[in-house]
Ligand binder design. Sequence first.
Ligand code: SF4
Length: 163
Amino acid sequence: MKLKEITGTMFAYSYLCSRKLWLFSHNIALETESEDVKIGKIIDEYTYKKEKKNINIDSVCIDFLSDGIVYEIKKSLAEKDTAIKQIKYYLYILKNKGVENPNGILKIPKIKYQEEIYLSDKDVEEIENKLLEINRIITDANMPNDKKLKACSKCAYYALCKI
Ligand code: SF4
């Protein structure tokens, strides 16, 4: 089965909320209005400016530090788990392109947190299952039903989502 192109943002959203994933995949991108997203972009823009290189591979844009390590910068620990999933997705893409043992780093400058990220066989299995699930959600003509989440009140889609 040919899967739709799945960006890093879509992959991360799949762990947060299926409605958010569906809305975003239908080109309804309200995230630019969210204060949290604005802060995240500012952090990304001004941190590791010199060392950073962007590379586009298929549907994703990956940030590298100068030594070739995939990295992701987040503003708080609350984003840690999703960020790790996203980095592993990038490592998976690189591995499929023939890069041997790719690895990554998650950084949270505000609390001086750093974690190295590797891709295991179990991760590969989880990612492939997740890609199938994402494909099913985004190719559905209808927005999925979901429960109201803790994050809903801060979500940029809240007014549109009407959950
Ligand atoms: S408001 Fe809640 S349910 Fe709707 S997209 Fe946002 S997080 Fe998901």
